[in-house]
Every structure is written in structure tokens, then in C-alpha cells.
Design a protein around this ligand. Sequence first.
Ligand code: CA
Ligand code: CA
Length: 290
Amino acid sequence: MRISKQHVIYQMHRNNPAVTRCRSGDTVVFETCDCFHDSVRSETDLVSGVDFSRINPATGPLYVEGAEAGDLLRVDILSIRLDSRGAIVSAPGLGRLADLIGKEQTVIGEVSGDSIRILGRELPVRKMVGVIGTAPAGEGVPTGSPHDHGGNLDCTEIREGASLYLPVEVEGALLAMGDLHAGMGDGEIMGAGLEIAGEVEVRVEVVKNRKLPTPFIETSEQVMTLASGESMEEAAERAIRNMADYLTQTTKLSLEEAGMLLSMAGDLRVCQIVNPNVTMRMELDRRCLA
Ligand code: CA
Ligand code: CA
């Protein structure tokens, strides 16, 4: 099953018509545009030429049969396949060097195997999904914003091999995704990674009768709670509390002991600090869960 990138949305919204339906356990490929809707093709295509009404397209939504409000949707990121060229941009006012940026510039990176040729250097490919989420129950959320439903989380851990748990707030979940990066550093300080089109193969599963603080990530080594908020402090506080809750609900630890464990062995990290909400995550080695 495959969803072409002709089917994009700019808001995660309960009223978006589903492009297609699948069953719990099915594998689906989402073809994705880059965050500029594939409009930055060369180093002469600058940010000021980008149509901002078509930014951050997410492919979908996918209706998952059996998904009902209150369930979780588990999304296993099976594989991410990238195009051979990606783009990164600078522009005055964009990102965390905003006031220092003197000019618009676009740089194209060539992706080959495990490496990116860009800026006269070879960087390692670190493939990830920037935007991924379900439809919220209430108001729609623009695909450029992260929130509790997922969205523009820009988390480097949403990569091949990871399992992401998202809330199901509306029937069918209405999963959508886009904004792949061939590489992005924690923080995404310029507001972009190496932005690239491609496709993501996922397996989706409806999880009933299980509570998790979402968005939640499991990898072979770690569990992570993600939280978005208006400030790093607010997002960090929620990510920490969500992990503490998870520990008290799934282990015999008291809240005090859970806090001690996180203080000794948990890592508080930045996902991104450039989107309309910032996103932080609390990471814990799975060996600490026993
Ligand atoms: Ca993004
Ligand atoms: Ca991006």
C-alpha cells in the first residue's frame, strides 16, 4: 500500500478526508515532498521565492481501521528512502542566528549511500522524519507546529528502527507525515536540516487498553517522552514529568525514586528550538526499566 505525495495536507485536522484505509498491522509507504514542497531545486532558489502557504506538506491522512479515540497508534519506522539531493537555506530572521544572518542563501547537498556531500565536506547521513502526527480532536494544527498529537516534532530519534506512539483522538487516527531530513542536528538551529523528498515505509498498529504519555518513542536501546511547549522550560518540564509518570506506572518505583533514576541515568535533550512550539525529550536506557 502506497500513498503518493500528490495527497498532502497543511493542517492535521479531524475533518481531513482519508486518502486510503488500512488495517492494524499493515505496512504502508508514504511518499513525501520536502518541506518546501519540492520548490527549492537549485542554489538560485531562495527562501523568499518559497510559497509559504504550501510549506511543510504532510502526506496523508491514512485511516487505520479499528482506531478509536483513546487508543494509541504505534508507528514502526521500517525504512526511510531519500532522494539524491536535498537543500538547506538561510535567510535573515530565520532560526537562532536570525539577527546575524546577512543574506539569503541556499546550499544543495548530494546524498550518496551513507554520506552527504555539502559545504565542501562529507557529512554522515542521519535520516529522520520531521513531521508525523495524527489528527487532534479539537481545532486543527498546522503541519509546521508540534503538539501532543505529534506534528513538526523534528526529533532526530524518529528514524529507521524506532517505534513512535501517537494518540488516537479521532476515529481512524488519520496519520500523516512528511519533512524528511537527510541530516539534522538536535535543535535544528537554522530552522532547517538537509530538507529532502523521499518515502517512508511504516507499519501501523492500533494499541488498545494501554496508557502511554504521547508522543513516546521506543528504540532497541531507549524509551523517550517528547513534549512541546512555548518555551524550552515548559517543554522540558512536561517531558520530564511524562517520563516520571511512565516509570511510576510501569515499574515499582515511587515518584521520588523515579526522579532519582532519571537524575542519574536519564538524558534531557533538545529536539528542536525553532518551530512555533519547541520540543524537548527525556531519554532513558531500557535497561533501567527492569
Ligand atoms: Ca520540521
Ligand atoms: Ca524540515
